[in-house]
Ligand binder design. Sequence first.
Ligand code: SME
Length: 150
Amino acid sequence: MDSSLIQQVEAMIAGEGNYIANLANVSALINQLASNINWVGFYFYEAESDQLVLGPFQGKPACIRINANQGVCGIAFAHNESQRVADVHQFPGHIACDAASQSELVIPFRLNNGVRGVFDLDAPIPNRFSQQDQAVLQECVRVLEHHNHY
Ligand code: SME
């Protein structure tokens, strides 16, 4: 993924303050532009249940709730740190929402210095996500974080 994606995300959300609409369209944009992706979307933390809950996404219907320290998403959330997993079958506790998924990238979504959720991408091939992909997608998430108070 090249850095022009960042400008496309900025352009797409400019002028719109509704976060569900923006996160839905960002999922759709990345799903359309990125090759070899089978799922892309957001999970947000729900304090009452201590779980991540499914948000806007593109792909097959997915797990609705993930415990806050389980799976690739839960670990990224709990450690407040991106997780780039070349082979999900080697990741202890990986949650297989779609059996096709072989590699995964999860980026924390932060607001007011606190982690609020994650942005998750799955790929049907191993080792899909490069360091460059991670850097570009992290910047897209930063654009979303700074756009509004979600
Ligand atoms: N594989 C993720 C679960 C979410 S789905 O991929 C959409 C995980 O292990 O946290």
